[in-house]
Design a protein around this ligand. Sequence first.
Ligand code: UN1
Length: 509
Amino acid sequence: MGSASKEYEFLSEIGLSSSHNLGNYVGGKWLGNGPLVSTLNPANNQPIAQVVEASLEDYEIGLKACEEAAKTWMQVPAPKRGDIVRQIGDALRSKLDYLGRLLSLEMGKILAEGIGEVQEVIDMCDFAVGLSRQLNGSVIPSERPNHMMLEMWNPLGIVGVITAFNFPCAVLGWNACIALVCGNCVVWKGAPTTPLITIAMTKLVAEVLEKNHLPGAIFTAMCGGAEIGEAIAKDTRIPLVSFTGSSKVGLAVQQTVSARSGKTLLELSGNNAIIVMDDADIQLAARSVLFAAVGTAGQRCTTCRRLLLHESVYDKVLEQLLTSYKQVKIGDPLEKGTLLGPLHTPESKKNFEKGIEVIKSQGGKVLTGGKAVEGEGNFVEPTIIEISSDAAVVKEELFAPVLYALKFKTFEEAVAINNSVPQGLSSSIFTRSPENIFKWIGPMGSDCGIVNVNIPTNGAEIGGAFGGEKATGGGREAGSDSWKQYMRRSTCTINYGNELPLAQGINFG
Ligand code: UN1
């Protein structure tokens, strides 16, 4: 543990202990009465530190305080709320490298991606600051004399945010930055396997709130598993629950939340395709596929899992990919030069191995990779499989760097394959033809929420609304007008005259 503790010395820079941490910020205080858990380094499965998760009693203390804090926060003028989010962004900037390192250490993504993820939260803060002066309503012409109609946007109160291990802070940023400027308190449950990130992020936010003499309960955060997640889903004090995870769990969350007339924002499974047409820039396509399929060890919801190649470029693209896949450096995500870090948990590694067996049993042929790397850590080889698009396994999301290569003849056939899976998150086409481009983004094109041209399926900017259709859940988070989901719309009709003319010309007595 001697050398290990030195390796983890930087944790103190972001308010973490390399031994014991209270995992819950409730009612403006750090406490923990739930189970004590170890958080593991996916590169060697050794413990990094211990964390005390939330008990249901902790949850209740948190929610009571949060309900109180909501009354204060929603009355703070929106641009002032924006200023708080600006300060959170500044705090993140000052700790960017440490937080990036922590992400790499605890989640397992390579350092460049760890830093990139924290940058994504900073970008969200900037976006939300501007938005805090643009939560504009509208004035609508009334059909009645001396009447005026207008739309006002008001806060919901409390927004629940349940995030996944693969983007343990960016997805919090998408939701929390917007929720906060919209006047909502946030109740956040991070993934059970990334508690240090939950704590480090929360410490930064808590400091900003304290410095501004605001109730800490405006941002309530907890570490824990399904029990706390379920409490959030069932809680009538939380009108909106944002959930990121699998389609299966997401559907259950949706049912629980809607049974109490709450709203959900779902970011669920993806099964994203890249189409390479016969006129594509092959170099550009091959580089994009490498990032989209191998980046984050295939654990993004935007990871490219299906590579649809026009028959005329099939061999050429695969040849290039097989060469670059062989050069991918697998190893410690914190080490310079590593492109492929470990999968997040030993269970993910087992799922990969099981997945490869199923693929083979359905006629899949391993072109490269296909094996887990022996030894400590959850490393697996980047894998390309040749398989028919009809194989059942191609319709599922295997959360690992496994890419299915599929052949097609026409644009229409490629679009049909793209749209043939239950999921509908991201998609991309490589072509130089304007006709293909406009067909692709139009009504008969990709049925996904994210529809790209000549770029990978992953790595979306925050300025657009992020989310997908079908089994991906239909949610839209981050930029564009996603903010409207974090507010309630009041349609207000004001009579400033002395008569009572009724709409639709009704004469009532
Ligand atoms: C996710 O995988 O849950 O577009 C989010 C991307 C990132 C976000 C991914 N900006 O790949």
